[in-house]
Design a binder for this molecule. Structure first.
Ligand code: PEP
Ligand code: MG
Length: 508
């Protein structure tokens, strides 16, 4: 393993003021924003959205004003450091806590530029390595070379943080929020699926990865294995796409995209998927995905489908653009709304979708109220998709971005599995599209509960496909029943692992 470069440090005593400290500070922030823009251009679709959003923070007028104020009495580097510190304090602990990583990165880059110090960055030890960092900014994660960086371990960050999402998109195993102590050069073993880092690794048996063909159990029961994508990403070799996160079109801009812009973007997403299943989710702004002109709501406020209360035009435009892109390409997208909470909302969404000629409309099940009344919701729509990330957040009243609450957000929590089990009994297509679907062992449980489709980051598909292909449906059912008797996540996981190993076919 090798450690990420050290952050720039302000000298103990500040030098005297130069002739134009406010001007230097402003130039530093613009330099950082421009660098982030350059990186956004080189990054994949998930990365470029996130980096463009970070560049917007660096150009935030409020931040610029505060830095300029402070730079009248402090050298520019100190002014940037203090102003960012104030912003940080406002965000820390709140629903935008994850953005503190972005602020730290902006500060480090600006301070390094002002003090003429090297910008912190990934090491280059001259061989592939495991990257260990206190925290990793999206700007660095997005451009990591998967051929060099074998895995990532960070001390901070939650499982659904930007770093974790970007690492997954790049296919780099990552364990975030890991409070270990590591020494440069030490040999470590990182299991991104299990979230485990071992410093005394034993030799690992290579998994056989069957990375082609549709998902099915050993006895031929079909479980659709679909990809989650965040833009017109490559989709070679996948059965279909179970979640298109459309936020990519809305992030990092000051106005929503027009119908024509959206139509063009959806065309790009749909064109390679003609003849395959593709599920497009309408805008899920708010909470962990703040998009100022659409929704700035907290996790319990205006977000997801609720945006339509204040901005019905955004939903209408999106549905219209998607319908036109479907007609242009000949694809037949399913469309679903995030954060549906009641059957009334589900009915309103389905009506809106059908009015635009989108005939297969679904609801995401991410709120406990929706899970409990899944039958009522299903009566209004054609399919359900469980968003396990948010369902965990709302079931456990635990912000999905807070590392300290990772134990509550564990997808093996019995209460979460109870809700999934209940939704899985609905006699309409039910999928899981949160991060939980990517755990090969949990995929066996979901199959046993009756879930018909699992959608995940494409990199996770081979391991899940392999696990399913190694177990019969009755074995999955037995495993699911045993797991549901467990009273803690640890017991649930251990039970599943034991039964899978007894079946002789699971090597995790
Ligand atoms: C989820 O909440 O599980 C989900 C799939 O949606 P997102 O992570 O985009 O909120
Ligand atoms: Mg969600």
């Amino acid at each position: 393993m090798a450690r990420f470069g050290a952050r720039p440090v302000l000298p103990m005593t500040a030098p005297g003021l130069g002739p134009d400290e406010p001007g230097r500070a402003a130039a530093a922030l613009e330099h950082v924003a421009a660098e982030l823009d350059r990186r956004a251009e080189r990054a994949g679709s998930d990365g470029s959205d996130i980096l463009a959003a970070t560049a917007m923070i660096a150009r935030d007028p409020g931040l610029a004003d505060r830095v300029a104020d402070l730079a009248r009495t402090q050298p520019a580097a100190w002014a940037v450091d203090s102003a960012v510190g104030e912003y940080r304090a406002l965000l820390a602990g709140g629903h935008l806590a994850e953005r503190t990583t972005d602020l730290d990165d902006i500060r480090d880059r600006a301070v390094a530029w002002l003090l003429d110090q090297p910008v912190p960055g990934p090491p280059s030890p001259g061989h592939p390595y495991v990257l260990v960092a206190t925290d990793l900014a999206p700007a660095d994660t997005a451009l990591l070379d998967p051929a060099q960086v074998l895995a990532i371990v960070t001390e901070r960050g939650g499982p659904t943080s930007h770093t974790a999402i970007l690492a997954k998109a790049l296919g780099i195993p990552a364990v975030v929020g890991c409070a270990g102590s590591f020494v440069d050069g030490q040999v470590v073993q990182v299991d991104g699926d299990a979230g485990v880092v071992r410093t005394d690794p034993v030799p690992v048996t290579a998994r056989t990865l069957l990375d082609v063909g549709p998902g099915r159990t050993a006895d031929g029961h079909r479980i659709e294995l679909l990809a989650n994508i965040g833009g017109p990403d490559p989709v070679h070799g996948v059965e279909g796409v179970g979640l298109v996160r459309t936020e990519f079109l809305f992030l990092g801009r000051s106005r929503p995209p027009t119908v024509r812009e959206q139509q063009a973007a959806y065309r790009e997403v749909l064109a390679p998927l003609v003849g395959r299943k593709v599920v497009v989710r309408t805008l899920d702004a708010g909470s962990d995905k703040p998009i100022p002109y659409a929704a700035t709501g907290s996790a319990l406020g205006i977000r997801g489908f609720r945006i339509a209360r204040a901005r019905p035009d955004l939903l209408r435009d999106q549905l219209e653009a998607l319908a036109r892109a479907a007609a242009d390409t000949g694809a037949t997208p399913w469309v679903m709304a995030p954060m549906i909470t009641t059957a009334t909302e589900a009915a309103a969404f389905a009506t809106a979708a059908r009015e635009h000629g989108l005939t297969t409309a679904g609801a995401m099940i991410e709120v406990p109220a929706a899970a409990l009344r899944a039958a009522d919701i299903a009566a209004e729509v054609d399919f359900l998709s469980i968003g396990s990330n948010d369902l965990a957040q709302y079931t456990f009243a635990a912000d999905r971005l807070l590392t300290d609450l990772a134990d509550l957000l564990d997808p093996w929590q019995p209460a979460l599995l109870d809700l999934v089990a209940h939704v899985a009994t609905i006699p309409k297509p039910v999928s899981v599209c949160g991060e939980a679907a990517a755990d090969p062992l949990l995929a066996l449980v979901f199959a046993g509960l009756g879930i018909g489709a699992l959608s995940m980051a494409p990199i996770s598909l081979p391991a899940v496909r392999t696990a399913l292909a190694a177990h019969t449906l009755p074995q999955c059912r037995e495993l699911a029943a045993a797991v549901r008797r467990a009273t803690t996540p640890a017991e649930a996981r251990a039970t599943a692992r034991r039964l899978a190993e007894e079946a002789g076919q699971f090597r995790g």
